[in-house]
Design a protein around this ligand. Structure first.
Ligand SMILES: [Zn+2]
Length: 402
């Protein structure tokens, strides 16, 4: 069943990112109850042809899911949308969109969208975190002049210094990934000042509000700290980021420019190529670490594809849905999502929560020169400012290590 003009009044503005706008459903059709509709925004350049909807769906199910685990994924389905619906909804939501986002409207030439479970369905509280880079690169391919700097200060802290000239008081992702309660608390406190990396939501009667004050934070901070120290999600993200980016952008850029020299890479929109990349990555990860840097050095396509995957995991968000529970026999879970977990806080109250990974769409290979140029700018700035910060990385080889 397509979504058409007659249903415009049942969909309201929910949220948006760079590439998509999310609508929330407030009607009474059981097919859409508890779901959101994700629609594509106009491309910045008409020449930018992204992947087909079927590829995007397969990429989520067959590439990202086997890496992070099905329990964290949001199941998607493709749904048809009419041109009249898109034009009408675009006008209706315009006034609700943040002003800074309004330069790109909905793409009214598309004929499809994605239906996904509403992660706030029956959950009054939600937290969205963008944890960013949780590791420091240690590749032997890094230029000797940069090696000790990249080993000492993490990428996020160096980038913050470039953007804001900030000091050691700011957010360091390596604290968040440490599973050390004191460091995780410090990271959460620092994250509250980074509005683009941390959002708290409250949902009332189908409408979701972003909380601007800190009224909810004492219990929420305790809950988040406990969840992030015990749930394997950050350990998995850390391991994927580090292992998929085992060459560093300095070498990846060399491969991209010297081997492919700007020519289109074969297989970028071919799902079987991506599946092979994942299988080979997993086989390498489970074999001895000594083979990591030698056996596959000449497998240029594998390096580039793995690097793009690492960039997806460095830029994704984790969405934590939370509800207070009076009675553990009742649970709020959405029928298509993983069963929630339970946690009791020091105030004696019991909460249920579930974690999902969001913003895991394919990133374009053509961004490699941009990523390299940014990396070099960040490192040069750190050197020229004589910026010294020691970011401590904790490496968990197993999710069960405590
Ligand atoms: Zn840091």
């Amino acid at each position: 069943m397509d979504i058409d003009l007659s249903q415009v009044e049942h969909w309201i503005y929910g949220a948006e990112g760079n590439e998509t706008i999310v609508l929330r459903y407030i009607g009474d059709n059981s097919r859409f109850n508890g779901y959101v509709l994700r629609l594509k925004k106009q491309s910045p350049s008409p020449k930018d042809q992204g992947p087909s909807p079927q590829f995007s769906l397969n990429f989520s199910n067959q590439v990202i899911t086997p890496l992070i685990g099905p329990e964290y994924m949001v199941p998607l389905s493709i749904v048809g949308v009419s041109k009249d619906f898109l034009q009408a909804i675009s006008s209706k939501i315009e006034m609700h969109r943040p002003e800074r986002r309004r330069s790109r409207r909905l793409d009214s030439t598309q004929r499809w969208g994605f239906l996904a479970p509403d992660l706030t369905y029956q959950y009054p509280w939600a937290v969205e975190l963008k944890p960013k880079w949780g590791f420091k690169p240690a590749s032997y391919k890094i230029h000797p002049k940069h090696r000790h700097i990249k080993k000492r200060t993490c990428r996020f802290c160096m980038h913050s210094c470039l953007k804001h000239g900030r000091t050691d008081l700011e957010y360091c992702p390596l604290d968040l990934y440490s599973r050390n309660p004191t460091r995780v608390q410090r990271a959460l406190k620092a994250l509250r000042r980074e509005k683009h990396l941390h959002k708290n939501y409250q949902t009332h009667g189908g409408y979701q509000h972003e909380l601007q004050d800190d009224s909810a934070t004492p219990w929420l901070d305790e809950l988040l700290q406990m969840v992030l120290c015990h749930d394997p999600i950050l350990t998995r993200l850390h391991r994927l980021q580090r292992r998929l980016d085992h060459m560093d952008i300095e070498h990846i850029w060399n491969v991209y420019t010297s081997v492919y020299d700007g020519k289109p890479l074969p297989g970028v929109f071919d799902i079987d190529t991506w599946k092979r990349v994942v299988e080979r990555f997993k086989a390498r990860s489970s074999s001895s670490s000594s083979s990591q840097n030698t056996e596959h050095d000449n497998d240029y396509q594998q390096h580039l594809f793995e690097f793009v995957l690492s960039m997806i995991f460095k830029d994704c968000s984790i969405f934590i849905s939370i509800a207070e529970v009076q009675n553990t026999n009742t649970c709020n879970t959405h029928p298509t999502l993983r069963h929630p977990q339970f946690i009791r806080l020091s105030n004696g109250n019991m909460y249920e929560y579930k974690i999902n990974l969001v913003d895991v769409d394919l990133k374009m290979m053509a961004k490699i020169p941009y990523w390299y140029e940014l990396d070099q700018r960040i490192v040069s700035h750190t050197i020229s400012m004589d910026y010294v910060k020691h970011c401590e990385e904790v490496v968990w080889e197993s999710e069960d290590e405590r």
